[in-house]
Design a protein around this ligand. Structure first.
Ligand code: ADP
Length: 423
């Protein structure tokens, strides 16, 4: 152990100097002199260490004993530290380079909301400049209310999509924010105009085709209806085919009606038409209509609250009507269908419950896809269009509600629209 050797060396020097001093009759002075010499030597060593530590990175100066060991250790830790720093620096550079190369815009923001770093791609999208804008508060530079509201909300579970005004045409931007570190945030901004325009074209196409098909179909079903008024006048072999044609024409009419309704729901948010909808009145009206249309349906209303929903009456009516008609269609005749309206905590629940055939759990996640059917033959027998639940899902989204589906094969299903309580 080097400290033991150093201590022994001091004892030895003191003892030797004391002995030498006694020979000349000055033992105390000799010891003091020897100790001063030792202190001087230690101060000299310390000064060398200080010079070495302050200097550029190089091997430690030669030293022996405890000093040699101390220097070797400090050198070892210093090197490890430098290696770790170099690794960190290269990782940061690697990340910065990959963010720089990304086609998506990237902005790094600190705890206070000030810009730390951004890549070139984000400059035209948000109108920022690097490095001029570093240190500036992001929300002061991006003056888009939607963007700022989203950024300050701290809830980044769903990305934000908004329209930014471009030079010639609208630009759609999608913003995703990921918090990291201690309150820092990483923003990814992507121009999704291409995808939005394609989606718009697809919707317009479906809407236009549906619209264009309506007139010829009205003519066809009009004539079919006229033929079928007096079946006695028709050759008997035509009666059945004409009836089938009439049935299919009606299905197509339903399909076109649902398609047009769905594209209307998708295309625009009619929030300016929203009002406080009296759900009690709506459900009573629906019950009356359904009891008339499906005389053997056992519809029961369970209205536990007077809560209203801020929204669109027609849309809400169509959503609940789709759920109720499904409950009737997929249940044996006369089986009870309960439509409930209640409050649970800070939510309002609209529940449509049946004791019908139920749905296997494998199908549940896909039920709201357009034209998804559990059993094709069964659905065409019940006259479904495969668009009902897609409509329900859209109406729910427009109203800030969620659609929950619970079902057990052979026991029945419960479809719940969970609305935020309001008004
Ligand atoms: P459809 O017009 O075929 O009824 P929907 O979108 O309304 O289309 O429903 C999709 C599928 O979900 C239906 O084909 C049916 O198989 C199933 N489904 C919906 N509601 C119920 C229910 N209450 N009970 C059992 N199956 C249901």
């Amino acid at each position: 152990m080097s400290w033991l050797a150093a201590a022994s060396r001091i004892v030895l020097v003191v003892a030797l100097s004391a002995a030498l001093g006694s020979m000349y009759g000055y033992p105390r002075e000799a010891v003091i002199l020897a100790l001063l010499g030792l202190i001087g030597f230690w101060l000299y060593q310390m000064q060398r260490v200080q010079v070495w530590l302050n200097g550029p990175e190089q091997s430690p100066p030669d030293a022996y004993g405890i000093w040699g060991e101390l220097l070797a250790r400090i050198y070892f830790h210093r090197r490890k530290n430098l290696e770790a720093q170099a690794l960190l620096q290269s990782t940061v550079e690697y990340l910065e380079n990959s963010f720089k190369a990304m086609r998506d815009g990237v902005v790094m923001v600190d705890k206070q909301g000030a810009i730390k770093w951004l890549n070139r791609a984000v400059e035209p999208l948000l109108g920022l400049r690097y490095p001029d804008d570093t240190g500036q508060t992001l929300t002061n530079l991006v003056r888009v209310p939607e963007f700022n509201r989203y950024f300050l909300s701290n809830d980044y579970t769903t990305p934000l999509q908004y329209v930014a005004t471009g030079d010639k045409e609208k630009i759609y931007l999608r913003v995703e924010i990921t918090p990291f570190g201690e309150g820092e945030r990483l923003l990814f901004i992507r121009d999704v105009s291409g995808a939005v325009h394609m989606e718009q074209m697809r919707r317009d196409f479906v809407a236009n085709v549906s619209h264009e098909l309506r007139t010829p179909l009205t003519v066809i079903s009009g004539y079919l209806g006229t033929f079928l008024i007096n079946t006695e006048d028709l050759p008997q072999r035509y009666v059945k085919p004409l009836q089938q044609m009439d049935e299919q024409a009606r299905r197509m009419e339903h399909l076109l009606k649902d398609l047009l309704w769905l594209s209307r729901l998708e295309s625009e948010k009619h929030e300016d038409e929203h009002e406080f909808v009296d759900m009690r009145g709506l459900l009573q009206e629906l019950r009356d209509e359904l009891t008339e249309a499906y005389s053997d349906a056992g519809i029961v209303l369970d209205l536990a609250t007077d809560q209203k929903v801020y929204g669109d009456y027609r849309q809400l009516y169509s959503a609940v009507s789709n759920l109720a008609i499904n409950a009737i269609k997929y249940s044996p005749a006369g089986s009870p269908v309960t439509i409930g309206w209640s409050v649970q905590g800070d939510k309002c629940l609209l529940q449509v419950q049946d004791k019908g055939i139920g749905i296997d759990s494998v199908h549940i996640p896909r039920l709201t896809e357009r034209f998804y059917r559990v059993d094709d033959s069964r659905s065409s027998a019940t006259g479904g269009t495969g668009l009902g639940l897609a409509i329900v899902k859209h109406v729910a989204a427009v109203h800030g509600a969620q659609l929950k589906i619970e079902s057990k094969l052979g026991e029945g299903s419960t479809f719940t629209l969970v609305f935020p309580a309001r008004g």
